[in-house]
Design a protein around this ligand. Structure first.
Ligand code: NDP
Length: 460
């Protein structure tokens, strides 16, 4: 069942490790990406630093008035042990909240009806099948959650009150979840799209299986990324609003603008979920710490952080500023959606569609799967995809800025997500370019000649 990773399918960080084993030429070609020392040190640093950072952000937002300097002062004042004693521990109530949410989402994923859709051909030549019921799951979740509050069954403000424990429980639970994924990757992979790099740390970090499943139909990555990660973002954004309402008797316009933008972005995600099945997360990145822990812990804690900050900082923007920020954010979300839609429609119709009112310009790029079969893909070189090779990342970053800016500029921490997202997406653009260059070879070079900029037209 196991195959060793091939260059066209594996994450860039691990490429040079493979390359070194196969010979000097490969190593020289691939060294330009990252040296093994950078690879290992960055992977180990991320494994060690991300978990405490989640707690640091929660502490700063909730206990230190959003000020990093105050958090540092607290640390000096309480001393190491005193500070550690203030940090949240996993708790029974937190585990119960997480378990109820996870079981509810898993049940919706399995039970709700949806169109059967195909993912792209995998590196091993498989075509994964999905049930596209994300939008239905999203609507059922939000309506159920607000109804529980409205009818007095469950108060979402409790979630904010136990947020520290919820995050520390998630840290522990998700770490064990990733260990189980690793063991499953070794013992019972779901498809031929799995394998080991030969290195335990890289396998744990990047994952072993591309499409891990429980049974035939419960897709683990759809659960972790969409139904847990993205859904928890929406549920937490609503919880922060309700907490502010319960605390102050009203919701500030800044909170409303930020929450509306985040919810529109998440609605767009679920509306387009079947397109997401063709993106890097699902089609290329394996199920490991990077992806699954990221979606189970990093998304609920860091992606929701602008709203978390606003709970105790009810800034009043005024109607004109609110509407301007809202309009700018909505425009960015729309452009990001339209880029993804354009690519998806272009691929689905085999290039037989109009792009900005004209027949699309394209490159037919052939490549070889790990089984040695020759296949081809179409690369769109007009529309948004003719401006730069990853233009869609620019409106994504700007949209995040617009749902953070209602916090104004008293503290840096509400902008951490924007800074993180910028680094993530610029690194991702490079990773995707490297992967596509190794998959498509001369055809990718042709695309780069035609569309020379990576993200920002005329600049980068
Ligand atoms: P993309 O949707 O950009 O998919 C990249 C893949 O598309 C490539 O690997 C290649 O795959 C194919 N491709 C590349 N160029 C072309 C082209 N010119 N024409 C047709 N196909 C092409 O990847 P992402 O997953 O990064 O982005 C998806 C969405 O998710 C975006 O809206 C992005 O902003 C968002 N996102 C959000 C993040 C967040 O944390 N908020 C993080 C990451 C993404 P193939 O092998 O099939 O050719």
């Amino acid at each position: 069942m196991h195959t060793r990773w091939r260059e066209a399918e594996i994450p860039v960080f691990s490429v040079q490790v493979e390359g070194r084993k196969r010979g000097r030429k490969k190593m020289t070609e691939l060294q330009i990406v990252h040296s093994p020392i950078v690879t290992y040190s960055s992977v180990i640093a991320l494994l060690l630093l991300c978990p405490p950072f989640v707690i640091f952000v929660w502490y700063t937002m909730v206990l230190a008035d959003g000020s990093v300097l105050l958090t540092i002062d607290h640390f000096k004042e309480y001393g190491y042990q005193g500070f550690m004693n203030k940090l949240p521990q996993p708790s029974l109530i937190a585990f119960k909240i997480i378990a109820c949410f996870a079981v509810f989402e898993a049940a919706l994923q399995l039970a709700l009806p949806g169109k059967t859709v195909q993912g792209p051909v995998s590196p091993a030549g498989n075509i994964p099948i999905y049930k596209a019921n994300g939008m239905a799951a999203y609507l059922v979740t939000i309506i159920t959650y607000i109804s529980l509050w409205w009818f007095g069954v469950f108060n979402p403000a409790i979630v904010y009150d136990h947020l520290g424990s919820i995050f520390s429980s998630l840290l522990v639970g998700s770490f064990f979840f990733c260990i189980l994924l690793h063991i499953k990757g070794h013992m019972a992979p779901s498809s031929t799209d799995s394998g080991s790099s030969g290195n335990l740390i890289l396998d744990f970090y990047w994952g072993m299986e591309l499409y891990p499943r429980i049974g035939k139909s419960f897709d683990i990555k759809v659960f972790t990324n969409c139904r847990f990660g993205m859904m928890s973002w929406a549920v937490l954004a609503v919880s922060y609003c309700i907490k502010q309402f319960e605390q102050n008797g009203r919701v500030a316009d800044s909170m409303l603008v930020s929450t509306i933008l985040m919810l529109v972005y998440i609605s767009k995600f679920f509306l387009w979920e079947s397109g997401y099945f063709c993106t890097m997360d699902i089609a290329h990145d394996r199920a490991g710490f990077y992806l699954c822990w990221g979606c189970l812990v990093w998304v609920p804690s860091i992606y929701t952080s602008p709203g978390m900050y606003l709970v105790n900082h009810p800034v009043n923007l005024g109607i004109l500023t609110s509407l301007s920020v809202l309009a700018a954010g909505l425009l960015c979300i729309y452009i990001n959606y339209d880029c993804d839609r354009q690519r998806q429609q272009f691929r689905q119709t085999n290039g037989k569609c109009l792009v900005w009112g004209r027949p699309p310009s394209k490159i037919t790029a052939s490549y070889r799967t790990t089984k040695g079969e020759v296949k081809s893909s179409l690369l769109l070189t007009s529309g948004w995809w003719g401006l730069s090779r990853h233009f869609h990342y620019a409106p994504e970053i700007l949209a995040a800025f617009f749902w953070s800016v209602p916090a104004l500029f008293d503290n840096f921490i509400p902008y951490f997500y924007v800074v993180f997202l910028t680094i993530l997406l610029f690194d991702r653009a490079k990773r995707d370019d490297d992967r596509c260059a190794s998959k498509y070879g001369k055809y990718w070079k042709l695309y780069c000649n035609k569309v020379p900029y990576r993200v920002i037209p005329g600049i980068y």
